[in-house]
Design a protein around this ligand. Structure first.
Ligand code: AQP
Length: 340
């Protein structure tokens, strides 16, 4: 990790906007666990305020937030080592988000590709919150003075915008109060693609359930989805360059590499010459043996939602202890009187 004068601290979050996918797991949660286990201070959030930038049924949102918490823990996040909580329980996120709405420029927001992807041709009908999403994300990170943000490839632009917001705040108020955090994007699966279309990323909100593997899928469902994953009739080559124009094949190689802890180069050396009729059943076995214990543990944890809520409440208290003094200082820098 790069040099900074701030104490290293990791923050990241995931939206409880649907089933956690294999993409979220390999691109984000698996990396969250590695960072936690490296001994650095880690804060991980279920970003429910971000989820409501598109419609969420309230009961489903509650369920998805708890299920995401269960997934975090089942994947190896330990509430004693990492701070785990849902965003709306720490109001400082929304408060700093408002201040940052007044720092970020419209032109910056207009360049955000995620808004364009999600809004498509319907930008006029989208919520104002979806447009301002990156500004709240900057607040999520900077309210903890986080220095490192593990994310998948698709979130790189938002972390870069966070750096721009920190730099502009520091410049406007002649301070060095906020760090400029670094995105941490590495590993074999920084962008897991849809199983149905190698040009689209795997996503919780894709209308096709066959496009993704959910962390709640059972072994038969995982097998069916991998068996039906779009591929091509060619055998696998002996080097990655030859997969350049075969995005679906490259995606499955990357998934196998991320699940086994190998590099894609090592995988291709192992599977060179295989047809998908051989490669896919092996991948099913690898995926099921890796994911089944996580799914079982999630189901066990979800049987006691009271305990999950207790973990989230405890995490929120610990998060607020860090966030509140940073918010108070930010208000002070910006000239707001705090006399209560
Ligand atoms: N396909 C992916 N491959 C690798 N990483 C991914 N991430 C998301 N999709 C992939 C990473 O997961 C983290 C959480 O993402 P999020 O919930 O904040 O929102 P997102 O990036 O918009 O993810 P989804 O699954 O596509 O959610 P919806 O459909 O609700 O928008 C981030 O670190 C992200 O990079």
């Amino acid at each position: 990790m790069g040099e900074t004068s701030f104490t290293p601290r990791v923050f990241s979050g995931i939206q409880p906007s649907g089933n956690l996918t294999l993409g979220n797991y390999l691109g984000a949660v698996k990396r969250f666990v590695e960072m936690q286990n490296s001994g650095i201070e880690t804060i991980y959030c279920m970003v429910d305020l971000h989820a409501i930038t598109v419609w969420q049924d309230p009961d489903t949102l509650r369920h998805n937030t708890r299920e995401l918490a269960a997934a975090y823990i089942a994947c190896g996040l330990d509430p004693k080592k990492s701070i785990l909580f849902n965003q709306s329980q720490v109001p400082a996120h929304a408060e700093l988000g408002w201040l940052f709405n007044c720092v970020a420029r419209l032109g910056w927001m207009n360049r955000m590709t995620q808004f364009k992807d999600k809004a498509g041709k319907n930008a006029e009908k989208m919520s104002l919150g979806l447009y301002a999403y990156p500004s709240l994300m900057a607040a999520d990170i900077l309210i903890y003075h986080a220095t490192h943000v593990p994310v998948g490839e698709d979130q790189k632009q938002h972390v870069e915008l966070t750096r721009d917001i920190a730099a502009k705040f520091n410049h406007d108020f002649k301070t060095d109060f906020f760090p400029e955090p670094e995105p941490i994007i590495d590993g074999a699966a920084t962008r897991v693609m849809s199983l149905r279309d190698g040009s689209k990323k795997m996503s919780k909100s894709d209308p096709s359930d066959m496009s993704r593997i959910n962390m709640t899928d059972d072994a038969d469902t995982i097998a069916k989805k991998i068996r039906k994953a779009k591929t091509d009739p060619e055998a696998l080559p002996d080097n990655l360059d030859d997969l350049k124009d075969r995005p679906e094949a490259r995606n499955l190689v990357n998934i196998r590499a991320a699940l086994t802890g190998q590099t894609p180069e090592q995988v291709i050396a192992e599977v060179a010459g295989q047809q998908f009729g051989t490669f896919k059943p092996d991948l099913v076995e690898i995926a099921v043996s890796h994911l089944a214990p996580i799914t079982d543990e999630m189901n066990r944890l979800m049987a006691d939602v009271g305990e999950i809520d207790r973990v989230l409440g405890d995490g929120a208290n610990r998060a607020a202890e860090i966030a509140e003094p940073i918010l108070a200082k930010t208000y002070d820098i910006a000239g707001m009187i705090r006399s209560r």
